[in-house]
Design a protein around this ligand. Structure first.
Ligand SMILES: Cc1cc2nc3c(=O)[nH]c(=O)nc-3n(C[C@H](O)[C@H](O)[C@H](O)COP(=O)(O)OP(=O)(O)OC[C@H]3O[C@@H](n4cnc5c(N)ncnc54)[C@H](O)[C@@H]3O)c2cc1C
Length: 436
């Protein structure tokens, strides 16, 4: 059997990016339909969500949408495939002025929570990895410094983080403590002039290249969780990339090892004195995470909407078949409901009425609906539904880690369950715990 070689092999060179290649003749490379490198127009905002937004929120939504569609969409599939981070897009994202989200002052944009959420959704609509990169940097690391840091720490770190001149990560999870993160074992021991950190972290997004690492550790004197800002050059600190992920492949997740890492006193976060203090940050970040699957689902719908009209079978566009229309409408209905839940959670937050159970229900329910939406989209694209080039396969995979991080579906359900019943069900009975 002879196997036709692709153009790169014929020319004996490895193509490194779309920009290095001769212009792609889309009609030859993809005869059936237009790939996601030419991003489809937004058709998923069926109930005209823009009407619920302020002019500022509408403006940030459009600003992010245009940048993502035109400047980022042309090459994300390739970076996703290679599991590499496209460092050259950092200036494009920086100019959007969304890093720092709701933080006011210190060079941060001071967006409303709704504005920040729709910005995250617009990034996720084109690429979920890029939205996770910003979310970890902004809604976890920067927000922890803003809410729990000293005035000097805010002035020192936030301005360059807001401009993405420096990048941050946020390390809570450990190899043996994921859902059970409040039991974490990394230690912080007081020494003259600072603290010695000892332990490991796992899954930490951006950690392989972050300049600033926000790390949570157990104070060996008080046995409480404290927070620290660790410099990437601190002796004893290493971060190794986790390979072979099936989703969010652009995000560089790392295993962090800390061996006698010294952190000066001025880099201990004074506002983190127990695990409960992380909840102030997680409340906002869970709202942001809830908006990622909304954006992902919108992108999937937009892609399917165009694809079904372009590709023909049995002499008619795929969009003409009743079953395909039903699937498309099911996706559209999901998205309208997801948007309204996401919008309401922002309004509850703004009114000071949002509870942990509210945020957890939004994150868990929206993620389930996004999983269903991406799965239908994958079916609708047939064989092209398993190619990253057509967005939907990439989105289908990217939903999976989002279903799991910032509290798995189960854990978020139990947070809401505890709130509505008054009964916590996280820990099995003592007799069950000692069985193995
Ligand atoms: C791509 C990715 C990025 C991440 N980024 C970060 C990051 O930047 N910073 C960070 O700190 N962490 C990060 N995480 C970690 C993430 O928050 C954890 O993976 C998550 O909390 C789940 O922990 P675990 O993977 O250890 O699963 P486990 O806790 O081992 O859970 C396994 C299964 O058991 C279930 N389970 C566990 N306990 C219970 C219970 N009490 N009741 C019912 N079911 C239960 C879970 O729901 C899950 O289905 C990231 C993870 C991923 C995959």
């Amino acid at each position: 059997m002879t196997v036709a070689k692709n153009q790169d092999e014929r020319e004996g060179s490895e193509r490194t990016s779309y920009f290095d290649s001769p212009p792609l003749d889309i009609s030859v490379a993809f005869p059936q339909a237009t790939p996601a490198s030419l991003f489809p127009p937004c058709a998923s905002d069926y109930y005209q969500f823009d009407d619920l937004l302020t002019p500022e929120e509408q403006a940030v939504r459009m600003r992010v949408r245009q940048c993502m569609e035109k400047e980022i969409a042309p090459f994300v599939a390739e970076y996703w495939e290679k599991a590499k981070f496209p460092f050259h897009i950092i200036p494009n994202i920086a100019k959007l002025r969304i890093a720092g989200g709701t933080i006011k002052g210190y060079g941060c944009p001071g967006l409303s929570i709704t504005g920040s959420a729709v910005a995250i959704a617009e990034v996720a609509r084109v690429d979920a990895s890029c939205s996770t990169f910003i979310l970890v940097h902004s809604s976890l690391a920067m927000l922890t410094i803003a809410l729990c840091g000293s005035e000097a720490q805010k002035q020192k770190y936030l301005p360059s983080l807001a401009e993405l001149k420096t990048i941050a990560c946020w390390g809570l999870t450990e190899p043996d403590y994921g859902s059970d993160a409040s039991a974490l074992k990394t230690t912080a021991t007081k020494v003259e002039g600072g603290w010695i950190l000892e332990g490991q972290k796992r899954w930490i997004g951006n950690s392989t290249f972050a300049d600033v690492l926000v790390i949570f550790a157990r104070n060996t004197s008080t046995n409480q969780i404290n927070g620290y800002i660790v410099n990437k050059n601190a002796p004893g600190l290493t971060a190794t990339k986790i390979e072979n992920k099936i989703g969010l492949r652009i995000v560089q997740n790392g295993d962090i090892v800390m061996k006698k890492v010294f952190v000066p006193d001025e880099d201990r976060l004074p506002g983190v004195n127990s695990f409960q203090d992380t909840n102030k940050v997680l409340a906002v970040s869970r709202v942001m995470v809830a908006w990622q699957p909304i954006g992902i689902s919108m992108g999937v719908y937009d892609m399917c909407h165009r694809y079904l009209k372009e590709r023909k079978q049995f002499g008619a566009p795929l969009a003409a078949f009743q079953i395909n229309q039903q699937k498309l409408v099911q996706m559209l209905g999901n998205i309208q409901a997801m948007i309204l839940v996401g919008w309401r959670i922002c309004k509850l937050y703004e009114a000071g009425k949002m509870t942990p159970g509210h945020a957890s229900l939004a994150k868990s329910w929206i993620t389930v609906k996004a999983r269903e939406t991406a799965s239908i989209g994958r079916e609708l694209l047939g064989g092209n539904g398993i190619l990253a080039d057509f967005l939907v396969a990439k989105a289908f995979c990217d939903i999976e880690p989002i279903y799991t991080y910032e509290g798995t579906y189960d854990i978020n359900s139990l947070v809401t369950g505890r709130e509505v019943t008054g009964l916590a069900s996280f820990k099995p009975a003592a007799s069950q715990r000692s069985r193995l």
